[in-house]
Design a protein around this ligand. Structure first.
Ligand SMILES: C[S@@+](CC[C@H](N)C(=O)[O-])C[C@H]1O[C@@H](n2cnc3c(N)ncnc32)[C@H](O)[C@@H]1O
Length: 269
């Protein structure tokens, strides 16, 4: 279902359509009003259904094809706050064989979740913990919230994958208990930390959830490049100053870039 017309519809246009519908309803007379307003109102749900179907189709795709969609036609509903030139090499280099258990803290629209699903084994356990619409949610936090997102997120996992979506503050013991329950005694091959980017937030996520990663597994920190500390993003300082046992590797597309960048910590085996 790779419909070129729906693919081409720019995401930002979808936000303007209801506004155009209201304007058209206000200025146009009678039947012309109906003819103008209906398509404007119908386009966002049509694009949504298209995204769910396309995500399902991509369940068997590779990382590159999945990234083409979430950064392209699917970006409005399922985009990611990642640089393609960082996350794909990170996943490929660290996981030559597909990981069996992965988790992310910080989902936003689910773009990274889609790539984690594609990188993981067909029968993998995939946990996504997020406090929808919280701090560091991206430009339109409301787009990351609500039950309407569930079909999109569920469509990201392959038929044999076990996707557990947990909504809650990662700092709360209740969220940690749900996370531990989802693992059911298993250990993670990968923990991707990309939630609350404040110093306290990233420190707490590392200290609370690193115990769920197996020896030899990987803990990844997103936004290790500096530049946004004035906006509460302290991952860079944490990555550079905290004592983190293991072997480090950095994935940074452009050394001059502000923020982004992935720090990979491989735990001692
Ligand atoms: C930068 S976004 C994640 C981006 C996502 N990984 C991607 O690449 O598209 C950060 C996410 O963390 C969530 N978040 C912020 N504080 C949190 C907390 N204390 N617990 C759980 N999630 C949190 C935000 O709501 C947001 O969805």
């Amino acid at each position: 279902m790779k419909n070129p017309r729906l693919s081409a519809l720019p995401g930002s246009l979808l936000l303007l359509l209801p506004l155009c519908a209201v304007l058209a309803a206000a200025v146009l007379p009678g039947i012309t009003r109906l003819a103008a307003v209906l398509p404007l109102l119908l386009l966002p749900p049509v694009k949504y259904i298209y995204c769910v179907c396309r995500l399902r189709e991509l369940a068997g795709a590779g990382l590159e094809e999945a990234a083409d969609f979430i950064l392209g036609p699917g970006s409005f509903f399922t985009g990611m706050l990642q640089r393609r030139g960082e996350i794909i090499p990170f996943l490929k280099e660290n996981f030559p064989s597909p990981p069996a258990a992965v988790a992310e803290i910080g989902r936003a629209k689910g773009g990274t979740l889609m790539l984690l699903c594609r990188a993981a084994a067909p029968d993998a356990l995939i946990i996504s913990l997020d406090l929808p619409g919280a701090i560091h949610s991206g430009p339109v936090p409301a787009l990351n919230k609500g039950a309407w997102r569930l079909p999109l997120l569920r469509a990201m996992a392959g038929p044999g994958q076990d996707l557990r979506l947990i909504d809650g503050d990662s700092k709360l013991p209740s969220s940690t208990a749900l996370f531990e329950g989802a693992l059911d005694g298993r250990k993670l091959d990968l923990l991707f930390i990309d939630g609350d980017h404040t110093w306290e937030g990233v420190k707490s996520d590392y200290e609370t959830y690193s115990r769920f990663v197996r020896p030899g597994g990987v803990i990844a920190f997103h936004d290790i490049q500096p530049g946004l500390e004035d906006f509460g993003v302290a991952v860079s300082r944490f990555w550079r100053t905290a004592h983190l046992p293991g072997t480090r590797k950095e994935y940074i597309e452009d050394p001059a870039q502000v923020s982004y960048g992935i720090g990979a910590l491989r735990l001692p085996g």
